[in-house]
Design a protein around this ligand. Structure first.
Ligand SMILES: NC(=O)c1ccc[n+]([C@@H]2O[C@H](COP(=O)([O-])OP(=O)(O)OC[C@H]3O[C@@H](n4cnc5c(N)ncnc54)[C@H](OP(=O)(O)O)[C@@H]3O)[C@@H](O)[C@H]2O)c1
Length: 348
């Protein structure tokens, strides 16, 4: 039964012929769920993000297949932002259509996040971290997804010009108004996180989660942030854990036409795939296969073994990638020898 709180009473367009019937066995992998910091909330170790493949450039049938396959595998957390598309806003609209057409009865089984912080609309109020921007943007996101509330609302990036009290105050107000259940930070440094966390605690809305970039080639969080997350009881969700596909077998034999680097090189450009990087990727692939895993699975297992990290926030262009990636959880723990080998490969 669909509560008024869940969808604001707006009827969904009947986009797809038959609503999906979720797999009855989707919760048969209890090891998938990990506590988010010192909160009451558990998140799946693998979460799905909507940065790519959900905007108006994505094929709606494929976007739907990605969401439904994830949910069938027990992935309960879907991560959005106001600006995901292109154009900005279109990923939230696409997600709203899938949600209302197929998962309307399952809103209480889902953790849906969105963010504000990057450029969204023209003029001085459509960017960064003012109260004006954050709260207007949250209202717009709710309208696009046709939701009454999101589970997590993030400040997408720190704003050097807005007092931190104002940005954190806006997050706290989002919770007090019932439009968000929890709040999060993304791309905040360790020092900024300590200050923001203190403010949020004072406002009565402790920080649930931090979303930093983290993968085998991007290790900045190890220099202070992971310690802060553990001390503050904040969960961590690593974005781009596969380095946008580099840490998979995707580019081992060249740049496939259907890959992100070939068809949507807004952020991952062919020139990022250098011979030096490919050499490391090949060595990591050999090591992964010796462990009985794919490179994608080993890369995710490595991220998830990091203290302070609750979930790896993947993207996908095919349901089969999500199936492969969730297999990362079956991995044997890394031996100390394997960890040393990884460091040697990364050091070149
Ligand atoms: N907070 C922030 O500032 C921020 C910034 C960026 C991203 N994010 C979040 O992080 C999420 C994930 O980012 P991302 O998409 O860059 O993550 P990613 O998991 O590092 O990369 C996803 C891409 O890797 C490839 N891939 C995934 N699994 C594969 C497999 N098993 N085998 C081969 N290739 C595979 C696919 O590329 P192909 O398309 O080539 O198949 C897929 O689109 C975003 O959707 C967003 O929610 C947050």
């Amino acid at each position: 039964m669909l509560g008024a709180r869940a969808f604001g009473g707006i009827q969904s367009p009947f986009l797809f012929a038959m609503p999906h019937t979720p797999s009855p066995s989707r919760y048969e992998n209890p090891a998938l769920y990990r506590r988010c910091g010192r909160s009451g909330l558990k998140l799946p170790a693998i979460s799905l993000g909507f940065w790519h493949n959900f905007g108006s450039v994505g094929d709606p049938a494929n976007s739907r297949a990605l969401v439904l396959r994830s949910f069938d595998l027990g992935i309960t957390h879907f991560d959005l932002a106001n600006n995901y598309g292109p154009p900005p806003g279109s990923a939230e609209e696409a997600f709203g259509r899938i949600l209302h057409a197929d998962l309307a009865a399952h809103r209480d089984e889902l953790i849906i996040s969105t963010k504000a912080g990057y450029t969204m609309w023209p003029g001085p109020y459509g960017d960064w971290g003012s109260r004006k921007y954050l709260l207007s943007s949250l209202d717009q996101s709710l309208r696009r997804m046709r939701l009454d509330y999101v589970d997590i609302f993030y400040s997408h990036r720190p704003d050097p010009e807005t007092p931190l009290e104002e940005t954190m105050g806006a997050l706290a107000q989002a919770v007090r108004s019932g439009k968000a259940l929890y709040v999060g930070l993304s791309n905040y440094s360790a020092e900024q996180t300590v200050r923001a966390s203190k403010l949020l605690r004072e406002f009565g809305t402790p920080c649930l989660i931090h979303q930093p970039k983290f993968h085998l080639f991007e290790r900045w969080i190890e220099r202070g942030l992971t310690r802060v997350l553990q001390d503050e009881g904040i969960g961590g969700i690593a974005f781009c854990p596969l380095a946008q596909g580099l840490l998979t077998n995707r580019y081992l034999g060249g740049i496939p036409a259907d890959s992100r680097a070939a068809h949507d090189p807004r952020f991952l450009k062919p020139e990022h795939i250098t011979p030096e990087k490919l050499d490391k990727i090949r060595q990591l692939d050999v090591l992964a296969r010796a462990r009985g895993q794919s490179l994608a699975q080993m890369s995710l297992a490595w991220v998830l073994r990091t203290p302070g990290i609750t979930s790896a926030l993947i993207g996908a262009s095919k349901p089969s990638q999500i199936e492969e990636n969730i297999g990362a959880l079956q991995a044997a723990p890394f031996t100390s020898d394997e960890l040393v080998q990884i460091e040697k490969i990364l050091a070149g």
